[in-house]
Design a protein around this ligand. Sequence first.
Ligand SMILES: [Zn+2]
Length: 223
Amino acid sequence: MGLALVAIVVVVCLAIAGVFRSPEEIATIPPVIVAIDAGHGGADPGAVFGEIYEKDINAAIVAHIEALIEADPELDAILTRWLDIAVANVDRVAMAEEGNASLYVSIHVNAFSDASVYGMEVWVDDTRTPDDPSWALARAIQEHLVAETAVRDRGVRSQESYLHRLTVPSVSVEVGYLTNAEERALLLDDTYQRQVATGILNGIRAFLVADGQLSESAQENPF
Ligand SMILES: [Zn+2]
């Protein structure tokens, strides 16, 4: 074999091995899939205050999160519902698991008999051991949601829930209290809903970077 032929063979082999990928090809790393769940829906309104339903605020915040993810080439979203329909918790879990989501974040609004109570909480299922990454996901969302909105921080907590069914890190974010007048006004405000969405997504991104699923160099907020 002549030298020229050897060189051609080497180049062809390298090309087959993918050494000469264009920048566009390198950029097409599969996005990380995240499952975003709007709590309640359909006949289940969640918390109710007059004619204000938790399910609608949850869906509005999820729509903002989806818009942010759509603008983010490194992320893809699975929404468990985008219509005002009832979805069983087992089906919410199945959509996330079968869609290969890396994590699951459920969005809720709280209510309480004492109208003076306000603020955000992130909930983790009480069967999660201390080393379960759900806690790290919860803390990342808590930190970034508070930084983005200045919402009162009521902390990361645990309770019994359906979230134990998920094999991936999973949390439920209670973004505020419908029963508190000031917070209710904010929760109904489109700009505030967008801020909540940004804070939650920044937390998700921070968790994925710390977990090695996203690159550090990536923009935390695409806007
Ligand atoms: Zn709820």
